[in-house]
Ligand binder design. Structure first.
Ligand code: NAD
Length: 312
């Protein structure tokens, strides 16, 4: 790894999400140098030029377009957002196969590299699995943003319900970043008190909050065609945690040898994130419903991997 005080960070895929990751990373002071890549090289160059013109406001961090070979050789961390959304008439598996081909081909440039990979492309858990295999990197060096965004949404929704700042709400979403994700209500707490002991906190509120969190992306995409700002902020926060050695515990996705009775699947659990990557994964205390839901979520992801491998 290069100087940790001035890390070099790349963003690969400069669409909606890549552009937001880049600007949020500049605002959070994550990198000393930012390298941008897109299969459409004009797009990467144009974004770099645009961001350079804001140098006065982000401390003159160097921003430029770069190729994958240079990124894999010199970057401390690279964020993969390259991929595409679904097209009319396409199955989920079609999208899965298309994005797996893109992420797999990008990740293969990182064989033997010391760059840490952060995966954002959806479906992010399966893409984390694919990037691990294609790059050959140690699994802890490939981290998916996973349910970090969902956990942020959950804390925001619960905070709004209680009229308390979301930073004082401690709650996690685990499992798949997707429909089978699990809000871990049994371990959620606010001000040192379990959320379930808060006055007026009833099961119906859990169901409606979980539904709002699960549906958030669909609601945004229906209105504006993509989600980008929150995932940009989340990714910059993750990069900061890694590169500044903050040793934070975050719900990110990483390859698990065995989880909830399922082998070789990437999903999110609270994870100690360090300069080394996903250093240690914690299985939180789960109640019966949560344990069953985590097994189901791991099964959904395992089936998606099987379908992808059968199709390929
Ligand atoms: P987009 O279509 O706006 O951008 C994708 C970009 O990837 C395009 O600019 C395209 O040219 C580029 N690209 C395609 N193939 C490439 C390659 N081989 N090398 C380099 N660049 C390549 O899409 P978007 O809205 O930015 O979304 C990107 C991905 O992020 C999607 O898969 C989306 O579902 C995902 N996403 C994930 C989360 C999350 O929480 N993990 C949140 C939001 C979006």
């Amino acid at each position: 790894m290069r100087s940790v005080t001035q890390p070099r960070v790349a963003v690969i895929g400069m669409g909606w999400v890549g552009a937001s990751v880049a600007i949020s990373s500049l605002h959070r002071g994550v990198a000393g140098e930012l390298l941008l890549n897109d299969i459409n090289s004009d797009l990467a160059e144009g974004e770099a030029m645009d961001l350079v013109h804001g140098g006065l406001f982000h401390g003159d961090i160097s921003v430029r377009a770069a190729g994958l070979a240079e990124i894999a050789e010199t970057c401390d961390a690279a964020v993969i957002t390259a991929g595409r959304g679904s097209r009319p008439g396409e199955t989920r598996l079609d999208l899965l196969s298309a994005n797996a081909a893109i992420v797999g081909s990008i990740a293969s440039h990182f064989r033997g590299s010391s760059t840490l990979l952060v995966i954002v492309t959806n479906p992010v858990d399966v893409m984390t699995y694919v990037a691990c295999g294609a790059s050959g990197l140690p699994p802890r060096r490939v981290i998916g943003t996973g349910t970090m965004l969902d956990s942020a949404r959950l804390r925001q929704v619960v905070g709004r319900e209680l009229g308390i700042d979301s930073r004082s709400v401690h709650a996690h979403v685990a499992g798949e970043h997707g429909d089978s994700e699990i809000c871990l209500w049994s371990s959620a707490h606010v001000g040192g008190r379990p959320l379930r002991q808060w006055e007026g906190w009833i099961r119906e509120r859990e169901l409606s909050c979980a539904d709002e969190v699960r549906r958030a992306a669909y609601e945004i995409i229906r209105r504006k065609g993509a989600t980008n700002h929150a995932i940009g902020l989340v990714t910059a926060e993750l990069l900061r945690g890694i590169l500044k050695g903050e040793r934070r515990i975050l719900t990110v996705s990483s390859l698990q040898e065995r989880v909830a009775g399922v082998e070789n699947v990437a999903l999110s659990l609270p994870t100690l994130v360090t300069e080394q990557g996903a250093e240690r994964v914690f299985t939180p205390d789960l109640d019966e419903d949560e344990r069953t839901a985590l097994e189901r979520s791991a099964g959904v992801l395992s089936s998606a991997i099987d379908a992808l491998e059968t199709a390929g």
